[in-house]
Design a protein around this ligand. Structure first.
Ligand code: FAD
Length: 502
């Protein structure tokens, strides 16, 4: 079969991998590739201290735990090295309407019946005055609300981390170098391209050095030096749905105990994050420059900080969207070089991890095949479209109309795939997760209900329960969760104990 495809002919084995860029993406790439294939490959990472990294990206989602397991990292080591705290979800404040909050947690809510999700039983219970808040039936959500945390047997608690991105890159650098990855400091001035094959052959540094390779991983951040600038892969601009294009980031001292959740506080033309670590808090205001100027955004951020700033506020511009391909020729873009939606729901580091796992599964050790490239790109596009829809949901289903930004968000036309999910839930209470999608039914439910969509009906299975039975069913779930949560230590106490332990 391969002989029929002209692009496979003359395939060259991949022996030298060059990673351009040493931010979170670059060092995660170096860690994975060196851990799995370090013995058979020559791996070089080029990074420039002069350019630096984007310096944000400190909230993660539970999949990072699996990533660390793949690398066989000790959890307490990672947490100590990165000053990490545990994260159980995100507190959405003022998103539904000013003064109204909800939490999207990493947990599952209630107990499903095979015909109908828990929300149908809760919906009926609510109508009959037998149910309390939807979040009361979710362990992670209640633990986040009360600021409690512990590892529970059988991994019952679903969690992620808040971590210091600079320390994380440093930690992964040490790890990767231990598996043979080499680091070269220098600014890439020129990307050498072979005109005949269209493949990159080397990176020319400012000091004249040439780093040659067979496969190049573009981790140069928003610059997308290899895939975008050199290979000319176009960018799909999604700003018709995702209005935010600027962020101002600043670190502050920690005031009080770190909470086990990210706070996402909506403002007039965007939202503000608070990410508590062990030693400081990461803050930022992400907003749309079409609806608010930088000066006003800065004032809002500074007026809403808790604790003294430890750094100068930095402005970061971005264009929400995704490159049409993430892999072209012998260049694979990982991280911001392949695209960025926006920070809400912290999916960017997850996508780095997913694309690295994909690359490992399709690693072109014996040469690059067109079919691998196509498969990789198809999978990336499918995954990102689902995540994009989930993020747009947060804006579309707001009740806010108090500023032109929120008014425009409410009224925008969303992708048909998302509109269908919203309609389905509103009309029937049903939510389905397709295989391979990141966000669970519980995530969709917590956000849709949190934003104020109440289904018009529930499944008839719920009507088969009489009031007493339904009350007992709901009550037993809730009591079990409350009993567990009340026994948990405070998040702060647990972090200290866990990080002290050998
Ligand atoms: P960068 O960190 O920008 O690294 C680029 C690297 O390339 C650097 O080492 C740089 O020196 C190098 N480089 C570039 N050009 C050259 C050159 N010419 N020569 C040599 N080296 C070069 N993600 C999450 O998962 N959770 C979050 O909470 C989150 N919040 C975010 C908030 C904001 C405002 C933004 C913008 C992003 C956020 N992200 C978040 C995304 C996250 O920051 C990134 O996915 C992550 O940091 C990876 O970035 P990167 O390594 O691709 O790029």
């Amino acid at each position: 079969m391969q002989q029929n495809n002209p692009e496979n002919i003359g395939r060259k084995p991949v022996r030298r991998v060059v990673i351009a860029g040493g931010g979170t993406a670059g060092w995660m790439a170096a860690a994975v590739i060196s851990r799995i294939l370090g013995k058979t490959l020559d791996i070089t990472l080029v990074e420039s201290d002069e350019i630096g990294t984007v310096g944000v990206g400190e909230a993660t989602i539970p999949s990072l735990i699996q990533f660390h397991q793949l690398l066989e990292l000790n959890e307490a080591d990672v947490m100590r090295a990165t000053q990490a705290t545990f994260k159980l979800g995100i507190s959405f404040e003022n998103w539904r309407a000013p003064g109204e909050d909800y939490i999207h947690s990493f947990g599952l809510t209630g107990v499903d019946h095979w015909t109908a999700g828990f929300q149908h039983f809760w919906h009926k219970g609510r109508q009959r005055g037998l149910a309390s808040d939807f979040g009361d039936y979710c362990l992670e959500l209640r633990s986040a609300q009360l600021g409690r945390f512990a590892h529970l047997p059988n991994d019952v608690m679903n969690y992620a981390y808040h971590l210091d991105a600079t320390l994380y890159a440093r930690f992964l650098r040490k790890y990767s170098e231990g598996f043979g990855a080499k680091r070269v400091e220098g600014k890439i001035d020129q990307v050498m391209l072979d005109a005949a094959s269209g493949h990159v052959t080397g990176l020319k540094l400012g000091n004249g050095a040439l780093i040659e390779g067979d496969l190049f991983i573009d981790c140069t951040g928003f610059r997308s030096l290899l895939l975008g600038q050199t290979m000319g892969v176009e960018y799909d601009d999604w700003s018709q749905w995702l209005f935010n294009d600027t962020a101002i980031a600043v670190q502050t001292e920690l005031m009080g105990e770190p909470v086990p959740m990210t706070r996402a506080i909506a403002h007039g033309a965007g939202w503000q994050w608070r990410i508590p670590l062990q030693h400081r808090v990461g803050n930022g205001h992400v907003f749309s420059s079409k609806y608010m100027d930088g000066e006003e955004a800065m004032q809002i951020l500074l007026a809403n900080l808790q604790g003294e700033p430890l750094t100068q506020p930095r402005m970061i511009k971005f264009k929400p969207g995704q490159r049409k391909q993430s892999w072209k020729g012998n260049v694979v873009a990982i991280g911001l070089s392949s695209g960025f939606l926006e920070p809400i729901e912290s999916t960017s580091i997850h996508l780095i991890q997913r694309n690295l796992i994909r690359l490992m599964q399709m690693f072109p050790a014996d040469g690059i095949c067109r079919s691998d490239i196509d498969e990789f790109n198809t999978q990336v596009q499918r995954e990102i479209a689902h995540i994009r829809d989930f993020i747009i949901l947060h804006y579309k289903v707001t009740n806010r109309a108090d500023t032109p930004y929120w008014e425009a968000a409410r009224n925008m036309e969303v992708p048909a795939s998302l509109q269908h999910r919203i309609d389905l839930f509103r009309e029937t209470g049903r939510v389905f997760r397709t295989e391979g999608e990141l966000f669970t039914e519980s995530s969709w439910l917590q956000v849709m209900l949190g934003q104020g969509i109440m289904p018009e009906q529930h499944h008839k299975s719920a009507d088969l329960m009489g009031d007493a039975e339904l009350s007992q069913f709901l009550g037993s779930i809730r009591q079990k969760i409350e009993r567990t949560v009340q026994q948990l230590p405070s998040h702060q106490a647990y972090v200290q104990r866990f990080c002290r332990a050998e």
